[in-house]
Ligand binder design. Structure first.
Ligand SMILES: [Zn+2]
Length: 125
């Protein structure tokens, strides 16, 4: 399990390498501590929100007020009407895959919903 500090350090490294654009607002958020923005998914609304991670992990969906799932930086939100892709992402997330960025041991996530169950069986524990 990687700590948030470690993730933050890696993100800084990536930023230094120049493959991540950082907006002024995101920089402001970081002042005063390792709080940074990350993707949070609502599987009900099928939306992704960039917001600061909370230590208690209780970020709520601004739209439906349900708890949001913290997603890693490799997460790319599907289109809102792509129900199958959202179902796929939800299944993966519930199985413990967080879409974290890893430079080594990189996982290729399944492309379609029908491949998810096999993928989870193969890659879990
Ligand atoms: Zn929602």
């Amino acid at each position: 399990m990687t700590t948030r500090e470690e993730k933050y350090r890696r993100m800084q490294l990536r930023k230094d390498m120049g493959n991540r654009k950082v907006t002024e607002d995101q920089l402001k958020v970081r002042v005063g501590g390792p709080r940074y923005l990350g993707a949070h998914a609502c599987f009900k609304c099928r939306k992704s929100f960039k917001m600061a991670y909370r230590d208690d992990r209780k970020n709520k969906c601004p739209q439906c007020k349900r708890p949001l799932a913290e997603m890693g930086r490799a997460f790319r939100a599907p289109k809102i009407n792509d129900v199958k892709q959202w179902k796929k992402v939800e299944k993966l997330r519930m199985a413990g895959f967080r879409f974290a960025t890893r430079t080594s041991n990189k996982i290729t996530y399944p492309y379609s919903l029908q491949d998810v169950d096999t993928f989870i069986k193969t890659h879990k524990g």
